[in-house]
Design a protein around this ligand. Structure first.
Ligand SMILES: [Zn+2]
Length: 137
């Protein structure tokens, strides 16, 4: 099965490339959700946050910061960052979305939480327990 993002990295598929490093690529998505929406990906194929090596993830995040700073220098007030490792992930190649924002853009990309759940405490306790287990190793 061919990976669309690997094909873009190989130059076999067209994309609006906005910036590139030896290990990462920043390009416009086919269906932008905001003005200047950009995806940052590793050139090597990893599917999600769960299989990308920490060093590669750091490289992607460093590139994301550079892009965000350039966007800010060009008039954007900030950005929303998103990575989806759920069943809703559109392309199974790790990508970080940068959705540049303006204070008056009227977008609601990060809606106020209306989620009603009573079990947050249990989830947080599992994370605390796991992290403290790793600390004691
Ligand atoms: Zn790929």
């Amino acid at each position: 099965m061919t990976c669309t993002f690997c094909s873009i990295c190989a130059g076999e598929e067209e994309a609006e490339i906005v910036n590139e490093t030896d290990e990462t690529l920043a390009f416009a998505p086919l269906n932008p959700i905001s003005e200047g929406h950009i995806l940052v990906i590793p050139k090597d194929h990893y599917e999600t946050i769960f299989d990308i090596p920490e060093s590669t993830l750091c490289t992607v995040v460093k590139h994301t910061k550079i892009i965000a700073e350039r966007l800010q220098a060009n008039g954007f007030d900030g950005a929303n960052l998103l990575h989806d490792s759920s069943q809703h992930q559109s392309v199974p190649h790790f990508h970080l979305h940068i959705a540049p924002r303006r204070s008056d853009d009227g977008l609601d990309l990060w809606p106020e939480s209306g989620y009603e759940e009573s079990n947050f405490t249990l989830t947080y306790e599992h994370i605390r327990k796991k992290l403290s287990d790793e600390d004691s190793e």
